[in-house]
Design a protein around this ligand. Structure first.
Ligand code: IVH
Length: 676
């Protein structure tokens, strides 16, 4: 049966449309149609291909997940070896690299070298071979000369084009890049695996590697993998531009996905500035990177520089401090938090990770401790990423010694000896000592003085612990009764620092209702909730006497939060502390919640602040928004109404723009506030 021409044309048109949408979605990051439209085109194409199977081609968008599971992977010989990179771990090593480049090229002006700088992606290197524009092979790096044939698996990655687009690509074009799993996908995958009681991955790189090496391509297809292409290999029957940066731009035009965070920089100073910039933004990128790569941009220079053994002389990886390290668990102890939660903490053989020396890492809760089966004596992977507290990722079972000690949840609080109860099906252990427990007292005080609460400068954790241990502080109200006589008795406290501290305590007295409420440390009452309650009621007395039903009228307050607030203010001890605080002079401006605040412009509106402001501090902006009935949260989501962006706004701005959230500048915010 011959296929009618109209059908043939329709199939081709559908494929062209789908490819175009794919390109816009994956490579340009700017989809033009909603997902349903894409799905509709795909279904139409599938239906036609089911009816006219002779029309199916290997590069049809329907053919990503076709192959049956393999028994093993075939091997693939790389025509040009896949090299690795030399590393520089500090500025000195980087300067040495640059010096060698300059010397070999015989260039006088050392700043005259352009480097293409790009993130060093933490994934799996792959090679993709396009013959006449069709993807015919995907391979791993292997030992550099021979890799594994993973064609069926790379085909399932949405951002890998099955056929190139545009014009003028070489008849044989091999591109190389990194397959990775974006962090969000990794977290979602692990959460789902935990829920189903299945194996989780330690980090996104392992997840990417594990997913690519599945014998059943359907499994690979179900994993959220992505790719950035970073170089070309074999090129026959055509050519590519003569600068690395232009090559990448050209690859993008042919439909391949390249990392947007790349830049051509001049000389070593340019490299260092790039390193610092990416380093600062590392945690807000959607994917893991472990450094940056600098490549001499001119390909004729690359040619002249050549290779040594397995690495090019024209490129270097400038590594960030490792975020994961191995170390040994010396002990597992229990820490008591502000709300009495008893958290297992691993005491470690000190190890340098994420740029600092780490000797403690959290094990989160008892469930985690059991799930990870961490024992005293074990060798573990510790991770410290950005400002996040260090955590034990997993035990290296192969290194488990014969004798280990299993630690059980304590029956009594390690600090005050009160009974420990189990909540949340046993996951959370909680000390019942309340403010009798010195640990809970100290934690409550640390919270009370913290920057976003009463903001008392110069009163750090160590000092609070000393004051609690010396019985000078029982609760927040005692702070305002401290005298310089009390303070100078303490270790390392001179008359001058005592005076500074007393001044800071004095200055903190003038505050806002919202800060005060937050500072009290009521369970479940975070900053945003405190802000909503404060602006809803305007006066503390009203909050203290509101019943649970009334409290739930406040935006964000549900039954749990309402009952916590009620319980807090019903407690005699809390009432006493609040009374004493006010007697000591802690004060704020009370106000009559105007209909405006409840119904007006900023009520029910959620703001996120980012960047640096010229006139007010971010905190001032926040206080003012809250006083006007608005809510301020820390991260941009669909629930955000306005992003207020100051100078040097970063990823939050990008995210807000993607979500089409209204972006205001400082002046516009001020206007909005004064319009109230
Ligand atoms: S270029 C000859 N660029 O790092 C140049 N590699 O240590 C070879 N990698 O196997 C690679 N991001 O898997 C290059 N932007 C980037 C990279 C990158 C990550 C990986 C790649 C390679 C390894 C070398």
């Amino acid at each position: 049966m011959t296929v009618p021409v109209a059908i043939r044309k329709n199939v081709e048109s559908l494929r062209a449309q789908i490819r175009d949408h794919n390109y816009r979605y994956h490579v340009l990051d700017a989809p033009e149609v909603p997902d349903v439209e894409y799905d509709r085109l795909m279904h139409e194409l599938q239906a036609l291909e089911a009816e006219y199977s002779e029309l199916i081609t290997s590069d049809s968008p329907t053919q990503r997940v076709g192959a049956a599971p393999a028994a093993s992977f075939g091997t693939f010989e790389h025509q040009l070896p896949m090299l690795s990179l030399d590393n520089a771990f500090n500025e000195v090593e980087l300067r040495e690299f640059h010096r060698r480049v300059v010397d070999r090229l015989g260039i006088e002006n050392t700043e005259a070298i352009d480097y293409a700088a790009e993130p060093k992606l933490d994934g799996v290197a792959v090679s993709l071979l396009y013959q006449n524009g069709l993807l015919i092979r995907g391979a791993t790096r292997g030992d550099g000369s021979t890799g594994e044939d993973i064609t069926h698996n790379v085909r399932t990655i949405g951002s890998v084009p099955l056929s190139l687009i545009g014009k003028g690509f070489p008849s044989t074009l091999e591109v190389r890049g990194e397959v990775f799993m974006p962090r969000a996908g990794f977290l979602a995958f692990n959460a789902e695996a935990t829920r189903k009681g299945e194996k989780t991955f330690v980090n996104p790189r392992n997840a990417a590697a594990g997913s690519l090496r599945q014998l059943d391509p359907r499994l690979t297809a179900s994993r959220p993998l992505d790719i950035y292409v970073y170089s070309v290999g074999q090129v026959v029957g055509g050519s590519v531009p003569d600068r690395h940066s232009d090559v990448l731009d050209q690859l993008r035009l042919w439909g391949l996905k390249v990392c947007p965070e790349r830049k051509v920089v001049e000389g070593i100073d340019g490299c260092l500035a790039f390193y610092a910039d990416i380093g600062e933004r590392r945690d807000s990128l959607a994917y893991d990177i472990d450094g940056v790569v600098y490549k001499v941009d001119r390909l004729d220079y690359q040619q002249r520089l050549g290779f040594v053994s397995r690495a090019p002389r024209w490129a270097i990886a400038h590594k960030f401090p490792a975020q994961e390290e191995l170390t040994v668990v010396r002990d597992i102890e229990f820490q008591v938090g502000r709300t009495g939660a008893v958290t297992p903490v691993a005491r470690l053989e000190p190890v340098f990770v994420g740029g600092v020396t780490v000797s403690n890492a959290t094990l989160h809760n008892m469930d985690e401790l059991h799930r990870k089966d961490v024992r005293v004596g074990d060798t573990v992977i510790v991770r410290r990423a950005g400002d996040v507290i260090p955590e034990v990722v997993k035990v290296v079972l192969g290194r488990r010694p014969k004798r280990t000690r299993i630690v059980k949840a304590p029956q009594a609080c390690p600090v005050c000896g009160s009974a420990v109860v189990r909540e949340d099906n046993g996951a959370v252990a909680r000390c019942t000592g309340g403010l009798l427990c010195a640990a809970q007292r100290a934690e409550a005080l640390k919270h009370f003085v913290s920057r976003r609460a009463m903001n008392i400068d110069g009163l750090g954790s160590k000092l609070i612990e000393q004051l609690v241990a010396a019985d000078l502080l029982q609760n927040p109200a005692d702070l305002f009764g401290l005298t310089s006589g009390d303070l100078v008795e303490l270790d390392r406290m001179g008359a001058k620092s005592a005076e500074n501290l007393l001044n800071a305590i004095e200055n903190s007295k003038q505050t806002t209702l919202s800060r005060f409420l937050y500072a009290l440390g009521i369970r479940e009452v975070g900053e945003a909730t405190a802000g909503s309650i404060a602006s809803h009621y305007g006066q503390l007395e009203r909050i203290m006497h509101a019943d649970e039903e009334a409290l739930q009228e406040v935006a964000d307050v549900g039954p749990v939060v309402a009952s916590r607030i009620r319980a807090f203010f019903a407690d005699r001890h809390s009432q006493e502390v609040v009374r004493r605080l006010i007697e000591s002079g802690v004060a704020w401006t009370e106000f009559e919640p105007q209909a405006d605040l409840v119904n007006g412009k900023l009520a029910g509106k959620t703001f996120v602040l980012t960047g640096t402001f010229a006139k007010m501090s971010r905190q001032e902006a926040k206080d003012q928004i809250q006083a006007a009935g608005g809510k301020v949260t820390g991260s941009v989501s669909k629930q955000t109404d306005f992003l207020v962006a100051g100078d040097k706004a970063g990823s939050k701005l990008t995210k807000a723009q993607n979500l089409k959230i209204t972006v205001l500048n400082e002046v516009e915010l001020e206007k909005m506030l004064s319009d109230q």
